[in-house]
Ligand binder design. Structure first.
Ligand code: N01
Length: 529
């Protein structure tokens, strides 16, 4: 049957953009459908004050084009959201991507037609597009979570979600502001909002760990050095579980004398960033080891935060690195400011939002602007917002009723010719997203080319393979302490969401090896027709 395109790609963030580039390079026709007015995905929507990536800029970048790597200049150790968005736009221009991207359009439904083996993709503009393949590139953290707090709609002032920030920006000068949440987005924005606002009230449900960024402008000599050795750096990164080239101290904390342990933590605290968790190799495997790292950070909080009661409330009690570790600039010290109030809502949820603020712990807090830094319906949220229907009219929502199941995080039984870039069951959010995206897009592109060469029109994983992968994902999760807390990794932030550790935590090298073995085995685990 004649289709409009070989593939429809949903989303024009880094995943959709690179997918389009690869498909075009292989001579496939593709249409990318994007809800925003521009490219950039997460960096298009998350424009809150202080937004930046906490993977270092020289690593949080595409590696498919050596020319792009050499030409682009990152200016800071951790790139700001505007700089990353500029980069995304540069890539779109450089590779002439926009002509195949349809902006300001949402895919509302995608239905697999079993008779003709095609996908019918419908949009909120009323279009009906036929394609052989559907490739989702919607991001893992792109469906903002607005909690159901009583009275939220009655708040008299403006309410913003960090994940859907106004493009013209928000000036908090002279405003009184309430922030709900203390995850990465809050930890980045709170220091800046506190500097602008006349008063800031922070509502904290779970105290979080954060490590100083020690962000700085990049030294041209360092950049030249990176550029001269980009290939080696990328190669090293691929050998490490998170796909980030950082120094791993491959010894257990538990077997290290206390003095040396503290020296190691201090060195990494001074260096800054996510590498703190690579101080030892057992921090996410052994409770006791983990406690040594957590104690170190709690001690830092006590040193920085002057009021002991506030320091105590800010001190996390859970496993460090269980929820996503944060990276900050001046977060703890912000709570020494006289214009900042911390409200501990761990044991008592906010009673209600009132027209002039919030009522919590029997007290009224007033503010004229409200910031919801309340995160996302992670990994499955964006996928399930689209009405995706596979064989027999079964929806993806029905299929994933008890939690997502995929083969390699890339494909789903009952949904032939559907690929999910960085889908649940992939390492994605536990890794540097850019190389993970490229690995997925490359795998999909190569797969489509192989199918074409073989004259195969249909690919679908078999039950056994999907069950095997679910076992691998669950098995890997059970070994680590990361599955032990109420994080978005397990869907705990969304009431009613099945509690399943969604990403694959076995590490990028093991994952890549598996993906390559599947191909070498003639697409082992898939039925080809
Ligand atoms: O969201 P979060 P985020 N009442 O889910 C609280 C990536 N990211 O946008 O922990 C009160 O982490 C919630 O409390 P609790 C990164 O992967 C990266 O900050 O559920 N509070 C929590 O404190 C990150 O992990 C970067 O108890 C409520 C907060 O809101 C992910 O995105 C920057 C509540 C949500 O924290 C998500 O980060 C930013 C309620 N009803 C984000 N509901 C960088 O690269 C939720 N909360 C730097």
């Amino acid at each position: 049957m004649k289709t409009d395109f070989d593939a429809v790609v949903i989303g024009a963030g880094f995943a959709g953009m690179y997918m389009l580039h690869r498909l075009r390079g292989l001579g496939f026709t593709a249409r990318v459908i994007e809800a925003g007015k521009g490219v950039g995905g997460t960096w298009y929507w998350n424009r809150y004050p202080g937004a930046r990536c906490d993977v270092e800029s020289v690593q949080y970048s595409y590696q498919f084009s050596p020319e792009l790597e050499q030409d682009w200049e990152w200016t800071e150790r951790y790139a700001t959201q505007p700089e990353i968005l500029k980069y995304a736009n540069h890539v779109a221009d450089r590779f002439d991507l926009r002509r195949d991207i349809q902006f300001e359009t949402r895919v509302s439904r995608a239905t697999f037609d079993e008779r003709d083996n095609v996908w019918l993709v419908e949009t909120d503009r009323g279009e009906r597009i036929l394609a052989r393949f559907v490739i989702t590139a919607m991001g893992c953290l792109s469906s903002p979570n607005t909690p159901k707090i009583e009275g939220l709609a009655d708040f008299a002032g403006p309410t913003w979600h960090t994940g859907n920030w106004p493009h013209e920006g928000v000036d908090f000068t002279g405003k009184t502001v309430g922030v709900i949440g203390t995850g990465s987005s809050a930890i980045q924005s709170i220091p800046i909002i506190a500097q602008q606002a006349s008063h800031l009230t922070v509502f904290q449900r779970t105290a979080n760990y954060t490590i100083p960024a020690h962000n700085r402008p990049l030294d041209p000599a360092y950049v030249a050095e990176v550029k001269a050795h980009y290939r080696e750096m990328r190669k090293r990164a691929k050998t490490l579980p998170a796909g980030i080239d950082l120094r791993v101290n491959n010894v257990p904390a538990i077997e290290t004398p206390e003095e040396e342990r503290l020296r190691q933590y201090q060195e990494r605290w001074d260096y800054g960033g996510l590498g703190f968790m690579a101080s030892f190799n057992d921090l996410l495997l052994n409770d006791e080891s983990n406690r040594t790292a957590a104690d170190f950070v709690r001690e830092k909080i006590r040193e920085i935060v002057k009021d002991p009661k506030t320091a105590e409330i800010l001190s996390p009690t859970n496993i460090i690195g269980c929820k996503r570790l944060c990276v900050d600039t001046g977060y703890w010290a912000t709570f020494n400011r006289p214009n900042v109030t911390l409200v501990d809502i761990r044991d008592e949820a906010i009673e209600r939002i009132t027209p002039t603020g919030a009522r919590a712990r029997g007290q009224d807090y007033t503010f004229d602007s409200l910031v919801l830094a309340t995160g996302f319906d992670a990994m499955t949220g964006a996928l399930l917002k689209v009405d995706i229907r596979g064989r027999g009219g079964v929806t993806l929502k029905e299929k994933w009723g008890e939690g997502p199941k995929t083969y390699l995080g890339l494909t789903v039984v009952g949904f032939p010719n559907l690929f999910t870039i960085t889908g649940p069951g992939s390492p994605s959010v536990l890794t540097n997203m850019l190389p993970s995206i490229e690995q997925h897009a490359d795998w999909i592109a190569d797969c489509l080319a192989a199918l074409r060469d073989k004259g195969v029109s249909l690919i679908e994983p078999v039950e056994k393979a999907e069950a095997f992968w679910a076992g691998e994902v669950g098995g890997a999760a059970n070994i680590t302490l990361r599955s032990s807390c109420s994080s978005w990794y397990v869907g705990a932030n969304i009431p009613g969401k099945p509690r399943v550790f969604m990403p694959y935590i076995g590490g990028l090298p093991a994952y890549i090896e598996r993906c390559e073995a599947v191909v070498a085995g003639g697409y082992e685990g898939f039925a080809l027709a």
